[in-house]
Design a protein around this ligand. Structure first.
Ligand code: ADP
Ligand code: MG
Length: 715
């Protein structure tokens, strides 16, 4: 009997800590590379390979490759170079030819390498004076009587490594796992599918990338591994979609011409063609009993708020409730204000609920909660406080999530538990969801991350918008900038000034960042002595922010110095200028959002965005250039993806999705399309992946995406 504890069986989910030779320090190094278990480790792919040619005769050694040959030392010579330095020249002879070997500054080798010794040497082959030559080759001395097998050729994988964990150690660990698992790696994909795509099975694919034999092997293996990831992801999304269709039930809202006209009357302007189209798509979804899951993307200022209001009013006019969730209190407050204004004189009851406005236990908050539950509030606007435990809706039909692509599937599920009637005829009650974002999502990304959402796009901006002029200047020009801006403020315009910090830092330093505190003082004294400069940041109490924002909106504050709290949604048409200090420090999407604060009015003035930047990194320079080059959010988003890469793009991890390790977007777009098609077909044929050939797939899928996609209850 063997003790099972003595030799724990290695599986894909074995933690790297259990691998031989991996202690705390190494485990930490591995984790730093995002590697937690054997599966992660095996999907840590080489970035390149070093080709070591197999052993050949001297004659067959190829110039400029790393070759191996054996022979007998025929002669040696020490060529002194002064101060103990010099080089050792050795002539190695095989049956037919001569190989020159040179070691620099290795006097000690004179003891080892004398005529008659059998050597096997490996090194880069060069030609010198008509002979093949190796400089500083690796060597081993061979015994006279035992003749070892010739060394085979080897493509040594070179892995992304860290200072403490070099590639060679990763190579050893991976080799160990591959040897231990040898062919026992279960393949989640059905054989027919692999045959259809002419792809290797999983175990083979891993061998192809980690131990390639032919130059094409790594590419073939990598493709299969990338496809694996993408197919799992798409299957997860497809199962989720199927589940929503079969198991969830949303209120069907009625649509009529009269209702439509009634709602549009509230807007005070004609919708653009693009807005009309999006409204049409939403209205269609809301009439079905399958929950809508729709993402509306439209550039900053494209007019998403009225779209949200349209949906909410469709719910309210049928006697249901609607909720609007915003990412910041400032934005929630502003939505509350602008919607209240549009609903003035109607019977719609609208309320604001934020964490700051009233603590969870306060009387005011309790009162609002009670009215939500009693159905005495029609539209409730708030922050994430809306998903807090204590809130129950009376009859929620629509949830709108604004400016927040980060609300993943989980948050959406959270609202389901807030429905009063949980189950109706075997189906779970669910509201419709509308997610709005001004960070345009490149199609490639929306397919991977938001594959479970339908997407509507608002193209273009409402009519009458004046273009925004963007200027980039170094900080040495800031005096000119503020002097010019002051001259325009004197004519009645308003300006935002964005800085990265709230307070001055204690330390005195050259590269002290501009802060709200210090910069607003400076601006007030030096450039805007006759005007009102106010400041705004995330640490102010909501009530204080309300007052400041109100004064700015009314035109009583002329210069608003702020942190990025004003990044999303803030809408003051008379603000026609924005200055962004230390612009190189902000992300591309952030800069685009900030710039979107201006250009909202119809006054005949030049909207001006000034980026004060002294970029020191390449990336910083690229970002500033990109923002100066274009005002098109979609172009900027593609550029952002290009600069940052997909892994980083607005924090993939925030979606709670396992990261893609092998697949690269957009390069693997063709595989993604393939995976999407296959996933749809597979779920169509076997809705819950219950067929025997899909069992492994199902298991792997639940393990990897179960939590992220809320698939647990699917099983
Ligand atoms: P965003 O898409 O950034 O949320 P908003 O909804 O805040 O944009 O709209 C920006 C401004 O454009 C608001 O002042 C809004 O009233 C106005 N607006 C929206 N749609 C139209 C339209 N069709 N015609 C004129 N103005 C519009
Ligand atoms: Mg908005």
């Amino acid at each position: 009997m063997t003790d099972p504890k003595a030799q724990p069986k290695l599986t894909l989910s074995t933690s790297v800590k259990e691998l031989p030779g991996v202690g705390k320090a190494r485990a930490a190094s591995l984790n730093k590379l995002g590697i937690e278990n054997v599966s992660d480790l095996l999907r840590h792919l080489p970035m390149r390979y070093e080709f070591l040619a197999g052993e050949t005769s001297v004659e067959q050694l190829q110039a400029d490759t790393i070759g191996t040959a054996r022979g007998i030392v025929a002669a040696k010579r020490w060529v002194a170079g002064g101060r103990g330095k010099g080089r050792l020249e050795v002539t190695l002879q095989d049956e037919a030819d001569t190989l020159r070997l040179v070691w620099f500054n290795a006097a000690y080798l004179q003891e080892k390498l004398f005529p008659g010794v059998h050597l096997r040497v490996t090194g880069k082959v060069q030609h010198f004076g008509g002979y093949p030559q190796m400089v500083n080759p690796k060597f081993e001395t061979l015994a006279y009587d035992v003749v070892p097998e010739p060394l085979p050729s080897y493509r040594r994988p070179i892995y992304p490594a860290t200072e403490k964990l070099p590639s060679s150690q990763i190579e050893e660990l991976i080799a160990h796992c591959l040897d231990q698992l040898a062919g026992q790696i279960p393949d989640p994909l059905p054989v027919e599918l692999l045959e259809h795509h002419a792809m290797p099975n999983l175990a083979e694919a891993l061998m192809l990338v980690h131990r390639p034999d032919q130059p094409d092997d790594p590419g073939v293996g990598r493709r299969r591994l990338a496809f694996n990831e993408l197919l799992l992801l798409q299957l997860g999304i497809e199962l989720k979609r199927q589940y929503n269709q079969d198991r969830l039930q949303a209120p069907t809202l009625r649509f009529s011409q009269a209702k439509d006209e009634h709602i549009r009357q509230r807007f005070g302007f004609e919708l653009t063609d693009s807005q009309k189209q999006v409204v049409g798509e939403i209205a269609k979804d809301l009439q079905r009993d399958v929950p809508m899951n729709r993402l509306v993307q439209g550039d900053v200022g494209s007019g998403k708020t009225v779209i949200a209001l349209y949906g909410l009013l469709m719910a309210v006019s049928d006697g249901y409730q609607g909720a609007l969730m915003a990412p910041t209190e400032l934005l929630a407050e502003q939505h509350y204000l602008s919607m209240s204004k549009m609903l003035k004189g109607s019977s719609v009851r609208i309320e604001l609920l934020t964490a700051g406005q009233a603590s969870a236990n306060s009387v005011a908050r309790k009162e609002i909660e009670a009215r939500i539950e009693a159905g005495e509030i029609d539209i409730i606007i708030g922050t994430q406080a809306l998903v807090s435990e204590s809130i129950k809706f009376s009859n929620l039909a629509l949830v709108v999530v604004d400016e927040q692509h980060r609300f993943g599937v989980l948050q959406r599920a959270a609202f389901r538990s807030k429905m009063s009637e949980q189950v109706q005829a075997g189906r779970i009650a669910s509201p419709h969801y509308l997610v709005m974002t001004a960070t345009p999502i490149p199609r490639t990304l929306s397919l991977t991350l938001f594959g479970d959402l339908d997407v509507s796009t608002i193209h273009g901006l409402p009519p009458g918008r004046k273009p925004i002029i963007t200027r980039v200047v170094g900080s040495e020009k800031s005096d000119d900038v503020y002097t010019y801006i002051a001259s325009r403020v004197a004519k009645g315009e308003q300006v935002y000034v964005v800085v990265p910090a709230i307070d001055e830092s204690e330390e005195e330093s050259e590269n002290q960042l501009k802060s709200v505190a210090a910069h607003s003082r400076l601006l007030q004294e030096k450039y805007f002595a006759d005007f009102t400069v106010s400041s705004m940041h995330g640490r102010l109490k909501p009530a204080e922010r309300d007052v400041i924002m109100g004064s700015f909106r009314e035109g009583n504050v002329h210069v608003l110095v702020a942190t990025t709290v004003i990044e999303v949604g803030v809408d003051v048409p008379n603000a026609t200028m924005i200055v962004i200090e230390h612009a190189e420090r902000f992300g591309l999407a952030q800069l685009h959002q900030l710039r979107g604060r201006i250009g909202r009015g119809t006054k005949d003035v030049k909207n001006l965005c000034v980026l004060i930047a002294d970029p020191v990194t390449d990336e910083g320079q690229q970002r500033v250039d990109a923002i100066a080059d274009s005002t098109d959010g979609f172009r900027i988003a593609e550029k952002d993806l290009e600069i940052r890469g997909m892994g980083d793009f607005f924090g993939t991890r925030q979606h709670g999705m396992p990261p893609l390790r092998v697949a690269r977007i957009p390069e693997d777009m063709d595989l993604l399309q393939l995976a999407k098609r296959d996933a749809t077909d597979m779920v169509k044929a076997d809705a819950q992946l219950k067929l025997p050939e899909n069992q492994t797939l199902r298991k792997v899928l639940l393990k990897q995406y179960g939590t992220a996609l809320g698939l647990i209850d699917v099983g």
